[in-house]
Ligand binder design. Structure first.
Ligand code: MAN
Length: 350
């Protein structure tokens, strides 16, 4: 048995029915991949809410944000031979891809890490402008000094890139624009500077030569990134054979920086693995999971909007315990706990 995650017995923690759609034209299809942070003594989740427009018979309609940040609806006839609806996440019409859902980020808070509630005082975060016209997704939150750094996926017809917004109070946000250009996602900033520099993982895609690998970069200000180094590649025959990407900010341990990442096969089965990096020079890899530390096995992980998916980009640390929040089957938010020591033990064995 390689799965060492302890799932919360009342999982899933959150389902689409638990929240209200952002407006009357939309229905919530999925809740997924939350960023996690602590604020005013509470646990905060920045949940990705994916909404679909209410569908009419014989027609597929998809939402996009126009330049004014308002939702527009595009309609396609289901019988049109130019339409491809084989992937639940994307439709293709005449060579152009459109997302079937559009995502925004919803703030939820909890006193116990289990019961999460929205508060009117903290409004949702929506995509804005031409680089976020298909929404914003999978936000990592890193707290450095008194500032929260939100790195998230910006989606539009221009491509998929990494956006940064910062906040101190979760009400006022500073938009720093696109910090890593397409195709790039899965960006997690370290919560501590090393030799005065910010560090971050990111995941550019280079399908013809190279692949979907985890990279590390440095920056003087968290906006301008350089000295990019590739630290983890896909491995044939393993759980991360087709694609991999970082989860949340890495955990500082005595043995090194511990990062929980997702790895997927060509069949789109998403598992979690761990990687250990040198404390002083995180471009040096000390160890990496041979087998996943968590794989889809509960019903809510195996079946949903997009089955066989476990994807994380947020956790809270309590001593040796990691409270990991994760997207299950791209539809639900689950909670699982890990022991840091236990993960490190599996890495020693590999
Ligand atoms: C991509 C991302 C995630 C999603 C997985 C699985 O890696 O867009 O948001 O959870 O695919 O579908």
């Amino acid at each position: 048995m390689t799965d060492i995650a302890k799932r919360y017995k009342h999982n899933p923690l959150l389902s689409p029915k638990d929240l209200k759609p952002s407006n009357k034209h939309m229905i919530i299809e999925c809740l997924l991949n939350p960023g996690v942070f602590e604020f005013n003594g509470k646990t905060g989740l920045l949940v990705r809410v994916a909404e679909r427009t209410v569908q009419k018979e014989g027609i597929v309609s998809v939402p996009i944000y126009n330049n004014l940040g308002k939702v527009e609806i595009l309609n396609f006839n289901l019988n049109d031979p130019k339409l491809d609806t084989s992937d639940a996440r994307i439709i293709n019409y005449d060579g152009m891809d459109y997302l079937t859902t559009i995502s925004h980020l919803r703030l939820l808070f909890s006193d116990d890490g289990i019961t999460f509630k929205e508060s009117e005082a903290y409004p949702s975060i929506f995509g804005e402008g031409e680089y976020e016209s298909f929404g914003i997704e999978d936000c990592r939150v890193a707290k450095i000094e008194d500032t929260y750094y939100l790195t998230y996926t910006m989606v539009s017809t221009n491509g998929v890139g990494v956006g940064l917004r910062t906040t101190k109070d979760w009400k006022n946000f500073e938009k720093k624009g696109m910090i890593l250009s397409p195709h790039n996602k899965d960006c997690a900033i370290f919560e501590e500077k090393i030799n005065g520099l910010f560090y971050a993982f990111h995941r550019p895609s280079s399908p013809e030569l190279g692949g979907n690998y985890i990279w590390l970069a440095e920056s003087p200000d968290a906006v301008h990134w350089g000295n990019h180094k590739c630290i983890a590649k896909t491995r044939e025959g393993k759980f991360d054979s087709n694609r991999l990407g970082a989860g949340a900010a890495p955990i500082k341990t005595e043995k090194g920086w511990l990062e929980i990442y997702h790895g997927a096969t060509a069949g789109n089965r998403y598992c979690l693995g761990a990687i250990l990096l040198d404390l002083k020079d995180p471009s040096k890899v000390i160890a990496r999971s041979e087998e996943p530390i968590m794989e889809p096995k509960a019903t809510y992980e195996l079946t949903g909007f997009f089955g066989e998916v476990i994807f994380t980009n947020g956790h809270q640390l309590i001593g040796d315990k990691i409270n990991m929040y994760y997207g299950a089957a791209d539809e639900f938010v689950g909670l699982a706990t890990f022991s840091i020591k236990e993960i490190l033990k599996t890495l020693e064995q590999s």
